[in-house]
Design a protein. Structure first.
Length: 575
């Protein structure tokens, strides 16, 4: 599989495994955090609801307590006259309205109601006996009784507070205040959490959920004292693990709540608060979505970066390949050029050789003729027995053959192909050798050579044959330029400065036309007649000198004539 395909597969795997994992972890964490904040919020609200309920109860507490000492109450119980009862009815009604209370009524010691705030309503308590009610019995027995109950006549649930009326150590009766919690419940209904207040039997008597009223806590609830016969349990299902969670069936829907309970001080009541868990679940879902999204984004981002990188690497590889190919071609072309150049050098050399051979033939013919003469003379002298003179002739012949050998040696060296190996070359001897090669020509053209060379060798980086070739070319051109000129002097001077050897080749010819100065070194540029010049000498020389790491430039001398400057890199003398 190719790398991008592998990357995509890996990304898909990470996505398939990583996204659900991240979602699950994030959901658990999100729910945990949300639950914790809901729990804290629940406890705060529980305290608020409890304070609210206690305020409601405290508000009425003092009323019966004060009223049992009311003179009208005591007098009526002592002597229940009809007028006094009517007046008491009105009084109780006014107080109950002002509180407001569900009912405020007065009973004698036998539990008969003598006066009541609801005296003029159909459900009036007047004349009824409530001796069976626990609050009455407790008030008679202990002075005070509290009880939560459903009104027997009104069927309205309420909280009864009963106080004993005593005069001169005699129990006269009981004053009862009944408070309903409709207003409180109405206020609570607006609140979002579900609230239920249970009594000591676990029975719900105040709640903001109407269907829960008068139901008991389910038997498994930690606050439930036990099941109560004839009373339905609340539709709560406790979570066996969570402990704090209940699921409630509502309109055939299940909802989960976080519960918190609080026992109310000095009472047997417990306040239960149920906070919806939905926000925690929503938070968990959000966190899961976010985490999955983040994983997807990361994977996609990573994939994109990886693909970009891969594309870049491919591009670089292509570029590298193209560069290598180019290098290869340049190398091939250079090699080919070099081969051609070598061929050209060789051709130029042969051409020069051709030019020179005429001069050389002349040069050799002279000693040959001389040798011939010397041998003829020697024969005659030998016949005459002049051995001494024969010896002189033979010495002359020997020196003449030495000279001829020197000429042919130079020619052999010149015709040899360049070795291509550079080493230390002595410029001074190269100049002498080149001059020797051209000696015949020099004499023919009657050229004076003015030398200004150092006495010791000057070593430069190069190759002797090729350096000679450059010099022969420069000297030949100078000779050509001076042909037919009145003054024919070749000035050669060699100077050395730090790291360089500078040879100037100056002639007394006509000089170089300004237009030609820029193209002297261009191959095949020549001003000579066809058959006389190829126009390759300077361009080849230029290439050779460049190979040596040097330069060659042309200029006109102020005193007339052309002046070529050859600058070469100096090097150590060979060991
Ligand atoms: P060729 O000698 O075959 O023409 P070169 O490359 O050696 O080729 O020289 C190119 C041209 O440069 C010559 O034809 C000539 O016009 C000019 N040239 C070279 N040397 C000199 C010189 N010393 N004085 C004047 N012109 C020169």
């Amino acid at each position: 599989m190719n790398p991008p395909g592998r990357m995509r597969l890996l990304a898909l795997l990470v996505l398939i495994l990583g996204a659900p994992l991240a979602a699950a972890v994030a959901a658990a964490w999100g729910e945990q955090v949300a639950r914790q904040s809901l729990r804290e919020e629940g406890h705060a609200q529980l305290a608020l609801f409890s304070a609210n309920l206690r305020t409601e109860l405290e508000k009425h507490r003092a009323v019966p307590f004060v009223m049992v000492h009311d003179r009208g109450v005591v007098e009526l119980l002592a002597d229940p006259q009809p007028d006094a009862r009517i007046a008491m009815n009105r009084k109780l009604e006014a107080i109950a309205d002002a509180l407001p209370a569900s009912a405020l009524y007065l009973m004698d010691a036998q539990g008969n109601t003598l006066a009541s705030s609801n005296w003029n309503r159909p459900d009036s308590f007047v004349g009824q006996n409530f001796a069976f009610r626990p609050y009455f019995q407790n008030a008679i027995a202990r002075g005070e009784g509290h009880h939560f109950a459903l009104g027997t006549t009104s069927l309205v649930p309420g909280y009864y507070t009963a106080h004993r009326v005593v005069a001169e150590n005699r129990t006269l009766g009981v004053l009862v205040l009944k408070v309903a919690f409709n207003a409180l419940e109405a206020g609570w209904r607006e609140a979002t959490p579900r609230v239920a207040v249970t009594d000591r039997d676990g029975l719900v008597f105040i709640t903001n959920v109407d269907s829960w009223r008068f139901h008991s806590l389910p038997a498994e609830h930690p606050d439930a004292p036990g099941t109560m016969p004839g009373i339905d349990p609340l539709p709560w299902r406790l979570d066996p693990h969570g402990g704090e969670v209940v699921t409630v069936e509502e309109n055939r829907q299940r909802r989960s709540y976080l519960t918190a309970s609080m026992a109310l001080p000095d009472g047997d009541w417990t306040l239960h608060l149920l906070t919806k868990l939905e926000p925690a679940y929503a938070r968990a879902r959000q966190a899961a979505l976010l985490a999955a999204g983040a994983v997807a984004l990361l994977v996609m981002g990573g994939l994109l970066i990886a693909q970009r990188r891969h594309a870049m690497q491919e591009r670089l590889a292509i570029q590298e390949e193209a560069r290598a190919e180019l290098e290869r071609r340049v190398a091939d072309a250079t090699a080919e050029l070099r081969a051609r150049e070598n061929e050209l050098v060789q051709a130029a050399k042969l051409a020069a050789l051709g030019q020179m051979s005429a001069g050389i033939a002349h040069e050799i013919n002279q000693p040959l003729a001389a040798i011939r003469t010397f041998t003829d003379n020697a024969t005659v002298l030998l016949e005459r027995g002049k051995a001494e003179m024969v010896r002189d002739n033979l010495l002359e012949i020997a020196s003449l053959t030495d000279r001829m050998a020197a000429i042919t040696r130079h020619l052999k060296g010149f015709a040899r192909r360049a070795s291509g190996r550079q080493s230390a070359v002595d410029v001074v001897s190269a100049v002498h050798q080149a001059l020797a090669l051209l000696e015949a020509r020099r004499r023919r053209d009657d050229v004076t050579v003015a030398l200004d060379l150092p006495g010791e060798p000057v070593w430069v980086n190069g190759e002797d044959v090729r350096l000679q070739q450059v010099l022969v070319n420069l000297f030949t051109n100078a000779g050509d330029a001076m042909r037919g000129r009145p003054e024919r002097t070749l000035h050669l001077s060699l100077r050395t400065d730090d790291g360089c050897a500078v040879l100037t080749v100056r002639d007394t010819g006509a000089g170089i036309a300004p237009d030609d100065l820029g193209r002297m070194f261009v191959p095949f540029f020549t001003t000579k007649e066809a058959g006389e010049g190829l126009g390759l000498g300077l361009s080849i020389s230029h290439g050779i000198v460049r190979d040596f790491g040097g330069t060659i430039t042309a200029a006109n001398h102020p005193d007339g004539g052309a002046c070529f400057t050859l600058t070469l890199k100096r090097t150590e003398a060979p060991a």
